[in-house]
Design a protein around this ligand. Structure first.
Ligand SMILES: C[S@@+](CC[C@H](N)C(=O)[O-])C[C@H]1O[C@@H](n2cnc3c(N)ncnc32)[C@H](O)[C@@H]1O
Length: 196
């Protein structure tokens, strides 16, 4: 999807987005716990949508942390505000391929449901690497595994899928990340990486 198509697609789905996935809360909690967010960390939730992950991320950073939720789609951010998530994090409308932050800003970057929507995932991962500090952790997440998602959409699992393990590992390496784990389970997809 182009950025414009993404905005239209998700703009139409912002209202009612969270009600569609009522069981995802514990999956976000588990994923964030595995990213080793420390109190006081600077954290970017890239493509935060309605900000489902922001309460969990704020719990992890504590009040001393800096937390930013960023998304392309104004309706998603509007829904995040309606839910009071602007009291937990700064909300920024921007494209992950052109982030409005200086290099080496964040200790942790979390991105749920992002990579498969990027027309150029390599460019997105490179830009996330640019704003990550040395030693920063990256979590690419989806609250459902690849096989389960393919079944839900009535399609075959494809090796060309950007989330297939060999592809995402290669993309991360080329973008300046060291992949430290891929968990493609039934109930989640979590890829962890660090910025050397
Ligand atoms: C599947 S939703 C996931 C939202 C949220 N992270 C969640 O898990 O509920 C994908 C989100 O990515 C955003 N998005 C897509 N392309 C983007 C881009 N280039 N830059 C920033 N956000 C983008 C969409 O606006 C949408 O909110």
């Amino acid at each position: 999807m182009t950025a414009g198509e993404s905005r239209t697609f998700f703009g139409a789905r912002a209202a009612g987005w969270e009600e569609k996935f009522p069981d995802d809360g514990p999956r976000f909690e588990r994923a964030v716990a595995e990213l080793d967010v420390q109190p006081g960390d600077a954290v970017l939730d890239a493509a935060c949508g309605t900000g489902r992950a922001l309460p969990v991320l704020r719990d992890a950073t504590g009040p001393a942390g800096a937390l930013v939720g960023l998304d392309l789609t104004p309706e998603m951010l509007g829904e995040a505000r309606r839910r009071g998530r602007d009291r937990l994090a700064g909300l920024v409308q921007a494209d992950v391929t052109a982030l409005p932050f200086p290099p080496a800003t964040f200790d942790v970057v979390f991105a749920s449901g992002l990579v498969s929507h990027l027309p150029d995932p390599a460019a997105g991962l490179q830009e996330l690497a640019r704003v990550a500090r040395a030693g920063a952790r990256l979590g690419l997440f989806h609250p459902v595994g690849r096989a389960a998602l393919a079944r839900r959409h009535g399609r075959e699992l494809s090796p060309d899928d950007v989330r297939a393990e060999p592809r995402i590992r290669a993309l991360l390496a080329a973008a300046g990340w060291t992949c430290t784990g891929v968990d493609d389970a039934e109930d989640r997809w979590l890829v962890r990486a660090v910025r050397p």
